[in-house]
Design a protein around this ligand. Structure first.
Ligand SMILES: Cc1cc2nc3c(=O)[nH]c(=O)nc-3n(C[C@H](O)[C@H](O)[C@H](O)COP(=O)(O)O)c2cc1C
Length: 327
């Protein structure tokens, strides 16, 4: 067992988090993550309405008696989803931990705090982590540039970002982005983090509710097979390299606007990739950590393996490096 401030304060067995994943963070995945002793998050906006989220939380509770949380991703939108209603659905369902991401969680903090909910805010820079701490979050989850999804605009990889954040933030830090195994966990702890968050690695498990082709593609892919889109729009996202992501980059690089790629980037096309396994249908999210993934384990196998290998790394690889001489 590896115990940290995070495992104690968030009451989980292992310092491992499965972060929010649009179209993927459903009960089928989150329940086994909870059973394995890690902290899993249902993704609120994967559910079409706040009422559907209430039902999904109930469905997840039928599948596990362990605690799990809900991710609320706050992104720029022309017609934003009813965030306050999703927030109310989370609170009324008795959820104890929320992962916020995207924009500042400021407007949601008073209601979550009043309900006794612990908030982990996912961010991509030291300044946003410091700001989140000042708003009263209970932990920050910090995504390095390697991550799947939105890495921000600063392009600072985890090796620097996590250590830099640890110098400025005193709440527990969850290191995120580029982590897929025990080596990543140990490295993150050494950098000053108290836990790790993984997306891509959990996407490539037996229980992840996506087509088998997605998982096979992750196993085949290497660290160069992701593409950064929306750079010119200052809303960068890391997705899989395919015909659609290449076309989006070309159009925007040639001076195109969001309207020129609107149809290509439609969320529904991404959802169809996960549902049908047509890997060229739309954009799908994946991180550079796919280079470290070469199997499709069950969630229980994955979590147990990471914990066992992390313990082994400490005792058989790191401890012997400390020489008794010169002490
Ligand atoms: C398929 C997929 C969908 C994601 N969707 C979301 C999302 O809706 N909200 C969010 O906060 N993060 C989202 N993420 C990011 C993850 O929560 C996590 O921060 C990221 O995957 C960490 O990097 P890694 O993939 O290298 O582990 C997504 C990641 C993946 C792989």
């Amino acid at each position: 067992m590896i115990e940290t401030r995070f495992t104690r304060e968030f009451n989980v067995r292992h310092p491992i988090v499965q972060g929010g994943m649009q179209w993927v963070g459903r009960a089928e995945l989150v329940a086994p993550v909870a059973d394995a002793g890690a902290l899993g998050f249902l993704t609120a906006l994967t559910q079409p309405t706040p009422e559907a989220l209430v039902k999904e939380i109930a469905r997840c509770r039928e599948l596990t008696d362990q605690e799990f949380g809900v991710n609320l991703t706050i992104l720029p939108a022309i017609s934003p989803p009813p965030y306050a209603e999703y927030r109310a659905a989370i609170i009324e369902s008795g959820i104890r931990t929320v992962e916020t991401a995207g924009f500042s969680p400021a407007e949601h903090m008073p209601a979550f705090k009043a309900a006794g909910i612990k908030v982990i805010h996912k961010c991509t820079s030291v300044r946003h982590a410091v700001k989140a701490e000042s708003l009263g979050v209970d932990a920050v989850s910090i995504d390095g540039f390697e991550c799947a999804g939105h890495p921000g605009e600063d392009d600072v990889p985890g090796l620097v970002l996590i250590a830099a954040a640890a110098r400025r933030v005193s709440v527990p830090i969850v290191a995120s982005g580029g982590i897929a195994d025990a080596r990543g966990l140990i490295a993150a702890l050494a950098l000053g983090a108290d836990a790790v968050n993984m997306g891509t690695r959990f996407l490539c498990t037996v229980e992840a509710p996506v087509h088998e082709n997605v998982k096979r593609k992750i196993v085949e892919a290497n660290e160069r097979d992701t593409t950064l889109i929306f750079r010119t729009l200052h809303n960068t996202a890391r997705v899989a390299t395919n015909t659609v992501s290449r076309e989006v980059v070309e159009i925007l690089r040639a001076g195109g606007e969001f309207d020129d790629v609107r149809d290509l980037v439609a969320g529904v096309r991404g959802r169809e990739v996960y549902e049908t396994g047509d890997m060229e249908r739309g954009l799908w999210t994946v991180g550079q950590s796919q280079a470290l993934i070469d199997d499709i384990p069950t969630v229980a196998e994955l979590v147990a393996r990471i914990v066992a290998e992390a313990e082994d790394l400490i005792t058989t690889r790191l401890s012997p490096l400390v020489s008794a001489e010169g002490r």
